[in-house]
Design a binder for this molecule. Structure first.
Ligand SMILES: NC(=O)c1ccc[n+]([C@@H]2O[C@H](COP(=O)([O-])OP(=O)(O)OC[C@H]3O[C@@H](n4cnc5c(N)ncnc54)[C@H](OP(=O)(O)O)[C@@H]3O)[C@@H](O)[C@H]2O)c1
Length: 264
């Protein structure tokens, strides 16, 4: 049976997207087929979501939309035999892999390159998409709906996709590092670990919500928190001394460069 959607690679991101598509009723489990080499993984996805599973990418490829969710290093192996895949539209979430490279692998196919992030697991992701010239308005709409089920969708020029990868694709790891470090600071100052984690996580969540809902510039928010001769400016002086801003800028650039390398 031809599935509406196939997912090639049922790992972290494949499952994150799958789980929201099923939970939001955008796809019926019977309309989705997931291909993964690991029997335990297939069994888990089949049991948890009721989807079709297969170890054979060619079987899965018989779908309206084929979502490639393998690691960039596994793409060549995963794509063997898929050049003439019956899939109508190919969607790739692979870091660094360009539309031009995908067009060589899947000649004459409508292809969309996408970069989601792991908050997709809770429907709070952000995904950038870029389409090739063969994608129809209906296909773009269908793919927008897929990523809309896991969060916000933005369209960007394909030339910016590696920068997106360096910022929002990899970004949850930077924020997680910051939350962990803030909690460690709280523990160093005497807070119990569980309370410190709750305070750190909610501070990040609330600050993101405040910035989103008020459209405040981050500098204005910082100024609101920073009393003259107060506690916050003492902390900020330390962060500036340690080069936090520069470290964050360099981190995004390093991830962007790595995405460039993965595409070569
Ligand atoms: N994780 C993120 O935050 C994130 C965010 C945005 C985009 N991405 C992109 O999403 C892709 C997947 O990342 P991930 O973190 O989900 O990786 P992952 O957890 O390793 O998932 C990849 C899955 O593909 C399977 N696989 C390997 N070779 C295959 C083949 N030939 N055919 C079918 N399936 C195959 C893997 O099985 P085995 O484990 O048995 O090899 C694994 O289950 C990557 O290209 C990454 O750049 C990831």
């Amino acid at each position: 049976m031809k599935a509406q959607l196939s997912i090639i690679g049922g790992g972290v991101m494949g499952e994150a997207i799958l789980s929201r598509l099923i939970a939001s009723n955008l796809y019926l489990p019977s309309d989705v087929c997931v291909s993964d080499p690991m029997p335990e993984r297939r069994a888990l996805l089949e049991k948890k979501y009721g989807v079709q599973v297969t170890p054979n990418n060619l079987v899965a490829a018989a779908a309206e939309i084929m979502l490639l969710a393998v690691k960039p290093q596994s793409l060549n192996a995963a794509a063997i035999g898929l050049a003439n895949a019956p899939a109508t539209c190919i969607v790739s979430i692979l870091a660094g892999v360009t539309l031009a490279q995908l067009e060589v692998m899947f000649p004459s196919k409508p292809i969309i390159r996408a970069m989601p992030n792991t908050p997709a697991q809770v429907g709070a992701g952000v995904t950038a998409i870029a389409a090739n010239a063969l994608v129809t308005a209906a296909q773009l709409d269908a793919v927008r709906k897929i990523f809309g089920a896991v969060g916000t969708v933005v369209e960007v020029a394909e030339s910016l996709m590696n920068a997106v990868t360096g910022l929002s694709g990899s970004g949850p790891a930077y924020v997680a590092l910051m939350v962990e470090a803030m909690a460690d600071g709280g523990v160093a100052a005497g807070l119990p670990r569980a309370i410190a984690m709750q305070l750190a996580t909610q501070t990040v969540l609330g600050t993101a919500q405040l910035l989103t809902e008020t459209n405040l510039h981050p500098a204005q928010l910082k100024d609101q928190v920073t009393s003259p001769a107060g506690t916050t400016i003492a902390a900020i002086a330390q962060l500036e001394k340690a080069g936090l801003r520069s470290a964050m800028i360099e981190a995004v650039l390093a991830a962007t460069r790595r995405a460039d390398e993965l595409g070569n």
